[in-house]
Design a protein around this ligand. Structure first.
Ligand code: SAM
Length: 281
């Protein structure tokens, strides 16, 4: 367990205070850290990806429970501290990759992903908020072996992930997350849970992939991209929008008409429409 004094001590060892540009807001509340790990259902031997271990409070708890953790940390000072603290204590189960969690907007750190390979894993992290949406979207669509995500992120992103049709925050990430799994808000977190206090509200979110859906990452990525394009005309009738995108006549799936608007449709309907548009393109 890391107290505020311990976090400050580890930051001193890293050679700096909390860096705002890297979204360094450290979780102080041990009960909440435990709640996140409990929600993830990880056990001894579980494979975990952690993005942004920071001073290692969450990492340490997962390692103590016997998980195999591959963590990606961009801050070189904190990476050095983690190698010394957790690396020496858990040489068999802790792997640290120093670098950016994103190789590009749609690709995760290649070194970390090749360490995990084809093994089933879960993302458990207090995410750097600027990387949260692209990292989660990539894990949902491009990494079928990611069986779940249990994360602390901006409350606004949790609202978007759980948004129902016809709501203002409904969009491509809600559609992908809801088509391929089940999400839940684990808790809303007041700013006092962090050091230093973040300027935006935070929440914990859990997502479990539906294991009955056959893996088809290429189709999922294409549908997610197309959903994003369709939502750029969210208030227009689909007939005109689709005509501009598809090269040939699109067969509208059952239950969708050209007079509908994208943001009123259920997630599965949107992906069925995307599949028809892709076939016609
Ligand atoms: N896990 C710690 C905790 O719960 O207290 C720290 C979480 S803090 C919100 C985010 C962490 O992500 C910081 O350690 C920061 O240095 C790291 N980070 C920021 N941007 C990153 C990136 N693009 N790739 C990997 N790590 C990043």
């Amino acid at each position: 367990m890391q107290t505020l004094a311990r976090i400050k001590e580890l930051l001193d060892l890293a050679g700096h205070g909390p860096k705002k540009a890297l979204g360094q807001n450290f979780l102080l509340d041990h009960n909440l850290i435990t709640k996140l790990v409990d929600s993830s259902g990880i056990q001894s031997g579980s494979r975990v990806l952690e993005i942004g271990p920071g001073t290692g409070a969450l990492t340490e708890l997962m390692l103590e429970r016997g998980a195999k953790v591959t963590a990606i940390e961009l801050d070189s000072g904190l990476a050095r501290v983690l190698r010394h603290t957790l690396g020496e204590r858990f040489p068999e189960t802790f792997t640290l990759v120093e670098g950016d969690c994103l190789a590009s907007k749609k690709r995760l750190n290649t070194e970390a992903m090749s360490i995990i390979g084809d093994e089933t894993f879960a993302l458990v992290a207090n995410l750097p908020y600027h990387a949260a949406t692209p990292a989660m979207m990539t894990l949902i669509t491009a990494h079928p072996n990611c069986s779940g995500m249990y994360v602390t992120i901006q409350k606004e992103v949790v609202d978007r992930l759980l948004a129902p049709p016809s709501s203002k925050t409904y969009g491509a990430i809600a559609v992908a997350a809801q088509c391929l799994g089940t999400g839940e808000r684990i808790a809303n977190l007041p700013p006092e849970c962090f050091y230093p206090r973040p300027s935006v509200a935070s929440a914990m979110y859990g997502w479990t992939r539906d294991p009955s859906i056959p893996h088809d990452p290429e189709a999922w990525i294409n549908r997610a991209d197309l959903t994003q394009t369709l939502f750029q005309s969210r208030r227009k009738m689909l007939g005109g929008v689709v005509k501009k995108i598809a090269k040939s006549e699109v067969q509208f799936p059952d239950g969708i008409t050209p007079d509908d608007r994208i943001d009123a449709l259920e997630p599965e309907r949107i992906w069925a429409l995307c599949a028809s548009i892709i076939r016609a393109s």
